[in-house]
Design a protein around this ligand. Sequence first.
Ligand code: SAH
Length: 237
Amino acid sequence: MSIWRATVLTLFPDMFPGPLGVSLAGKALASGIWALEARDIRASATDRHRSVDDTPAGGGPGMVLRADILAAAIDAADAPPALPRLLMSPRGRPLTQSGVRELATGPGALIVCGRFEGVDQRVIEARGLEEVSIGDYVLSGGEIAAMALIDACVRLLPGVMGKAESGAQESFSDTLLEYPQYTRPQTFEGRAIPDILTSGDHAKVAAWRTAEAEALTRVRRPDLWAARQLRKNTTDG
Ligand code: SAH
């Protein structure tokens, strides 16, 4: 099987691997579980000044990444046709854990990082870029968004996380937020670890964790809770 491959198109290739070069993702990168290529969009510039952007048609503030330059950069990356082509974009489909899981089981992704006011609409259409957002806020560039997406995928690749099951129990896997975690010391500033967790009764521990996860989700994320109730009702009935 070929390794999971992230090809990132950016004006700032020096930002990579950055945080992806340490800890879980970094070790997996070094051991060849995944591969990262950061390609400089500016290498596809054609004029003397190596310019990649221009003023928006119709007026307005800022600059827009040119369609011809970005298309040339995408073509030069020579990605296999089966590779998903993503554009990090606040207008995109919100990234979710199920979307991450789907990407992680595929061959990898070609990821375009925008800058300035964004990219010319025609390259999005002409190269079939799928816009992906990491949340309802605006970053100054797509690089940090791409890193978030890659990090979320890489930790799901086989052999990256210590225990196979450690991915199955965490937040969002069953549309529940994760239960509270504790470790030594037994007492911290007068606060003890809940007795059940040190009781050795595995069934009680599991029941406590489920109850805590449900309570947290109900209070903090009524949207996730409502979706879960809806799904339960349709599968039960
Ligand atoms: N004018 C644009 C914002 C441009 S921000 C608008 O209002 O939609 C510059 C670049 O940062 C974008 O092209 C995109 O690549 C990246 N970016 C900003 N916020 C993002 C988000 N929430 N998710 C993913 N990428 C984002």
